[in-house]
Design a protein around this ligand. Structure first.
Ligand code: PRE
Length: 262
């Protein structure tokens, strides 16, 4: 282990960059209405005899292709449907960046995947907050932007593995006794920084305002005042981080730490 080292500042910088991806993918999804048909089980998309939804069928097919080209060999990528994925057709290359990152995490990292939670909150709770009511028939396009959102959220949340590894290496003397005692609550407390979480929420809200505003040329108010009109509600983005993204990142951190001494 330990071929490459990272600082807490570096992993946090990566989380900050990933906010941009998440906000932009939500803006893209907000272009489409709910399009409920894409989420209903229909027999035309049956997988091994069972009806499934257009979205689920689409994601499974894309993930099969991704698996064949080795996407899930990366410790940063997690499939939503890990069962029955085809093997990678690419032999691992010892000199690649991914190889070094693989060495950075404890091998138990591979057993942690919270994508089922991400799938649930995204479809049931977040999607209705960003998409308007209605149906415009663009099912494949809205499913493609759902997948962008899901993957961006998944990458960010599972990055908790890297955050946890860095924190562990910085203070093994603090973490080891709690890991041995399997004390989830104490681990959660030790890895939580309220001040950082407040900053994250304020920053993503601001990003939603900046990235999601209408950009106009000229100041002579041809189209009226666009202030306060955003492509995705900044308050929803802040809530997304508060209720789902950060709690799940911390869940990943705790799960990782609990296995860190195996
Ligand atoms: O930055 C950290 O220390 C993290 O663990 C990441 C994160 C987050 O999800 O943004 C989670 C827990 C901390 O309380 C603060 C922020």
């Amino acid at each position: 282990m330990g071929m490459k080292s990272m600082t807490l500042e570096e992993v946090r910088d990566s989380l900050i960059r990933q906010e941009d991806t998440i906000v932009f993918s939500l803006i893209e999804r907000a272009r489409f209405p709910m399009n409920s048909f894409a989420y209903e089980d229909v027999s035309s998309f049956a997988i091994s005899g069972f009806s499934t939804s257009l979205l689920k069928y689409f994601v499974k097919e894309i993930e099969a292709t991704n698996a064949k080209v080795g996407r899930y060999e990366s410790p940063e990528e997690h499939p939503f449907f890990p069962d029955d994925l085809p093997n990678s057709l690419i032999a691992p290359r010892n000199d690649s960046q991914t190889y070094h990152e693989l060495q950075f995490l404890h091998p138990a990292a591979a057993s942690i995947n919270v994508n089922n939670h991400i799938w649930d909150f995204y479809l049931k709770q977040l999607r209705p907050l960003i998409a308007a009511e209605g149906d415009d028939g663009n099912y494949a396009s809205s499913a493609a932007s759902d997948l962008q959102c899901l993957q961006a959220l998944s990458r960010r949340i599972h990055y908790g593995k890297f955050v946890a590894e860095v924190k562990f290496r910085d203070a093994p003397q603090d973490y080891e006794p709690l890991i041995r005692a399997k004390d989830r609550d104490a681990l959660m407390k030790l890895l939580t920084f309220e001040r950082v979480e407040e900053m994250v929420k304020r920053r993503v809200e601001r990003k939603a305002m900046v990235f999601g505003q209408e950009v106009c040329l000229g100041t002579d108010g041809d189209k009226g005042d666009n202030k306060g009109k955003y492509k995705v509600d900044p308050a929803v983005v802040s809530r997304l981080y508060d209720e789902w993204v950060m709690p799940l990142t911390k869940l990943v951190e705790v799960e990782y730490l609990l296995r860190r001494l195996d």
